[in-house]
Design a protein around this ligand. Structure first.
Ligand SMILES: [Zn+2]
Length: 312
């Protein structure tokens, strides 16, 4: 009798504590989502809401091809329920050994908690025929910078919402609703972005690395040359000279550079062509104020419009 009373008291206390927020309610169990890059983290956060914890391994200002492994990455991966990667070998130089070393069976490449976001996206520049080293080092499966097209952002978010819903069917509707909301906001905002860019349709730019084909396609720009002679290969004097001559002939003035590349060669090209170097961000978090996927496009669009006005 005494113990029954005690258990009733315990139940009542637990109920009160949960109601008052002193104890976590049962449904407060959150998925630990780890992403290779910040853009995937932002998209996962959009659809995962308060049901997930999400962290990116790479920082937004780092070159996602070359990320220096740190012990803290292993800790993140060890606790992950879901790992989302860009794929297409973008992370091949640093992520595979970390996945193995994490010893986390949930996120191994063939496991249920491993999600390759490239399967949802439109992929450009998929090589036809035989692939050789001469084609460059870093894009042998097609261009992995596909998140820079808002339509791909939408496709990736839909894929992540679907995946989270499969992992936790009781919250599937929540994830779907969050995706619908994101989809609406992205569609509205993208209309504004496209309207801002419309006057500059067809404008030609040179970029340092081949990071921008999806971005260029979506917003109607033409990437007509690269500072790198091939993806992942540093500039050479011969290639730089050819590029300068080509830019002069074609009156191309704008050289877009990702924030992690040395500006020496781009600056010399700008000096020789009367052009201008523009540092654009390929990822969320590339600058402090660029805290999510929307702000990434806001930031880049604003700089592009300014420079197109200055260089008609
Ligand atoms: Zn690349």
């Amino acid at each position: 009798m005494k113990s029954l009373l005690r258990s009733q008291v315990t139940t009542v206390l637990a109920f009160l504590a949960a109601t008052l927020g002193l104890l976590p309610a049962a449904q407060a169990k959150k998925f630990n989502v780890v992403t290779a890059t910040t853009d995937l983290a932002s998209l996962a956060q959009e659809v995962g809401g308060d049901r997930i914890n999400v962290e990116s391994i790479a920082k937004g200002y780092q070159d996602p091809h070359f990320v220096e492994a740190k012990p803290s990455f292993l800790l993140k991966l060890r606790n992950a329920d879901l790992l989302i990667v860009v794929g297409l070998q973008l992370e091949i130089g640093w992520l595979p050994p970390l996945i193995t070393q994490s010893g986390n069976p949930r996120i191994q490449v063939s496991a249920n908690g491993y999600l390759d976001a490239s399967q949802f996206a439109e992929i450009l520049e998929i090589p036809q025929g035989q692939i050789t080293r001469a084609m460059g080092d870093v894009h042998p499966l097609g261009n992995p910078h596909y998140w820079l097209d808002p339509d791909n952002g939408r496709r990736i978010a839909r894929g992540i919402a679907q995946k989270l819903g499969e992992m936790d069917p009781s919250d599937a509707e929540y994830f779907q609703q969050r995706f619908q909301d994101f989809d609406r906001r992205l569609t509205d905002t993208d209309k504004n972005w496209k309207a801002e860019m419309a006057p500059y349709y067809g404008r030609k730019i040179v970029t340092y690395h081949n990071s921008w084909p999806n971005f260029a396609k979506h917003f109607g720009l033409q990437v007509v040359g690269y500072v790198e002679p091939r993806p992942g290969i540093p500039p050479t004097p011969g290639h730089t000279l050819e590029l300068i001559q080509f830019m002069k002939r074609a009156s191309v003035k704008i050289i877009v550079v990702e924030p992690y590349f040395d500006l020496k060669t781009p600056n010399s090209i700008a000096a020789a062509t009367g052009g201008k170097v523009l540092v654009l961000l390929p990822s969320t978090g590339g600058e402090k104020q660029v805290t999510d996927y929307f702000k990434l496009f806001d930031y880049d669009m604003n700089l592009l419009v300014q420079i197109f006005k200055a260089f008609p």
